[in-house]
Design a protein around this ligand. Sequence first.
Ligand code: URA
Length: 233
Amino acid sequence: MMRLDKLLAHSGYGTRKEVKEIIRKGFVLVNGDVIKSDDYKVSEENDEIIVAGNQVNYEKMIYIMLNKPDGYISATYDNYDPIVLDLIDGYENRGLFPVGRLDKDSEGLLLITNDGLLAHRLLAPKYHVDKKYYIKYDGVVNDDKIKKLENGITIDDGYKCKEARFIAISPNEAYIVISEGKFHQVKRMMEAIDCNVTYLKRVEFGPLELDDSLEPGAYRHLTEEEVSLLKAE
Ligand code: URA
């Protein structure tokens, strides 16, 4: 349940102040009755709300954490391969899209939403949202190479990456934390220190941690707390 004025404001009928005015003037019907109090509670799913003769189509924002499996493309359409949205049931035509990309062979935390504003903020380079990846790799990483990653390594196209953190787990496994999202970025950063990434899984995205109860291909809705954390990011 939510307040009528909030629902109308979220549905594009104006600012909170403007919709209060519309409600007070008697333009709003809930299940056929004129409602003049702005704090009247309505059910987003079940109540029929009409403003000046038009039915309100309340677009609830959807926030889903997917554990992306190998073999799926992070896109809303692909000619050849399955896409991550194929894994999400029951939300066709709701404008869902993945926030950023994981490579086809990468796994892990992918946020799926229809909140374009939030996605834009999370992806904008100026906000530097940290992403943490678990990687397996061939090759040797020594202190010198870690320093290079930490100071901002230059990759194959001459781009100097922002500072990264490299947290060794074993000789061929590590976490790497970056705040950018260039194409194949982690793989290219590791290539620049003569290492070859053989497995990559995103385990954190900003304040979100991959829920380890999610098998590859499984998903769940974010909790309200997780959504608030993301919005505060
Ligand atoms: N960096 C990569 O190289 N691949 C990904 O999927 C994500 C980050």
